[in-house]
Design a protein around this ligand. Structure first.
Ligand code: PMP
Length: 437
């Protein structure tokens, strides 16, 4: 027999307990603005902008029209040794949003591809600068950098190491999650800047001349909303500068307004050498990612291979017309509606609303920055992650989409969210926390 009569059987779902999901499937069938609609006809308030990505809200007509126009004008054209106008235009627009100097843009199709591209670009830069012994990559415990082999290698998730193994030649800083010292801190936690000195320890251990780059999320999102301690990112920057190490910020979540500015780098005043992004770049309407590189580092690579292909890397779909069109329309919307400023303006209200959950059953920490919140629950004895999963399901069944990651409930709504919707999100969570086990 070909195929399978069970409608749900063939799709092997990513990052999903397939058996449990398929026994009780919950599906979304349409979306508009702040809301999804479920297959049983209910409105679901989107507390997570999809997967941290639909920053302008769903199904914006301006984006849909731009995609449709591109699809019927130039559905595809290569960008290897050839080109078409849209990615050039988009690159210039993205460059204008990056911190000073990071104005060379490489296009990918996802966050994972952006990370693996950034790591390869870092190695190419070191080689171009005559520093070819610098091949070691440094990541961080609890880092999430997507699913490519580079990304899982610098990432800090034990499941990747257990199941797939990772590439040799990497090392890791400790994570900055410290409920003992920082529980219920507002904004940047006070304690932990000294954890950046782990990089100096690794320099002393391995030798600076072996280290190419360090990559961190300015705010670690997927592993539980870990906001950097005051001064931590600055200290990393200083240690990189002293030791010739490139600093990569993985801004796949934080770029495009999530923390009230085009990038966390700008919002928090620390400029890396390379920035990865994806998600909000196209409002997630078409997959696309990008890597921004400091101009002089880009130039070092370009100058190192006169007359040849300077970076032996790329994707069939780099700068795809539909994605580029979606990106341009998205950036127009962000600018027209002032959505990055809006996120900034709402951040204090958001923080207060989130901290309203302090003292509720099971809640052991609350962390917010920009329009992101992490509500950490006490793990259920013998069943870690079960409590957050139960709350995720209860919220969905009550018309609210949140994200469960470990024992943390993460929220990151579209930047068009209204105050009343913020109240609804945390109000519902407050009620549901009383009902779960
Ligand atoms: N880096 C970070 C910081 C992310 O949060 C994610 C996705 N959540 C990725 C990389 C991977 O992105 P993608 O799923 O688009 O490959």
């Amino acid at each position: 027999m070909r195929g399978d009569n069970d409608q749900l059987a063939s799709f092997w779902m990513p990052f999903t307990a397939n058996r449990a999901y398929k026994a009780n499937p919950r599906q979304l069938v349409s979306a508009s603005g702040m809301y999804y609609r479920s297959s049983d006809g209910r409105e679901i308030l989107d507390g997570t902008a999809g997967l941290w990505c639909s920053n302008a809200g769903h199904c914006r007509p301006e984006i849909a029209e731009a995609i449709a126009k591109a699809a019927s004008t130039l559905d595809f054209a290569p960008t290897f040794q050839l080109g078409h106008p849209l990615p050039f235009e988009l690159a210039q627009r993205v460059a204008a949003l990056m911190p000073d100097g990071l104005d060379r843009i490489f296009f990918t199709n996802s966050g994972s591809e952006s990370v693996d591209s950034a790591l390869k670009i870092a190695l190419a830069i070191q080689r171009a600068k005559g520093q070819g012994t610098r091949t070691r990559l440094i990541g961080r415990e609890r880092g999430y950098h997507g699913t490519g082999f580079g990304g899982i290698t610098v990432g800090g998730l034990v499941n990747n190491r257990r199941v797939f193994s990772t590439l040799p030649g990497a090392d890791h800083l400790r994570h900055t999650h410290d409920i003992g010292r920082n529980a219920f801190a507002r904004g940047f936690p006070r304690h932990g800047a000294e954890l950046a000195d782990d990089l100096q320890r690794l320099v002393d251990l391995h030798g600076a001349e072996t280290i190419a780059a360090v990559i961190v999320e300015p705010m670690a999102g997927s592993t539980g909303v870990l906001v950097p301690p005051v001064g931590y990112l600055q200290r990393l920057r200083e240690i990189c500068d002293r030791n010739g190490i490139l600093l990569i910020f993985d801004e796949v979540i934080t770029a495009f307004g999530r923390v009230g500015a085009p990038t966390a780098s700008e919002a928090w005043g620390v400029t890396p050498d390379i920035i990865t992004m994806a998600k909000g770049l196209t409002n997630a309407a078409v997959p696309m990612g990008a890597v921004a590189v400091k101009r002089e580092l880009h130039d070092a690579v370009i100058d190192s291979v006169p007359g040849g292909i300077e970076l032996f890397h790329g994707y069939t779909y780099s700068g795809h017309p539909l994605a580029s069109a979606a990106g341009l329309a998205t950036l127009d919307l962000y600018a027209r509606d002032g959505l990055f400023d809006r996120a900034n303006d709402l951040a204090a209200y958001w923080e207060d609303a989130a901290h309203g959950l302090k003292g509720r059953r099971h809640v052991i920490d609350i962390r917010t920055i920009g329009l992101v919140a992490g509500i950490e629950l006490e793990p259920r004895p013998g069943a870690p992650t079960a409590r957050a999963m139960e709350l995720f399901h209860a919220a969905f069944d009550n018309g609210l989409l949140v994200r469960a990651t470990g024992d943390i409930i993460a929220l990151s709504p579209p930047l068009i969210v209204e105050k009343a919707q913020i109240d609804e999100m945390f109000g519902k969570l407050a009620e549901l926390l009383e009902t779960i086990d």
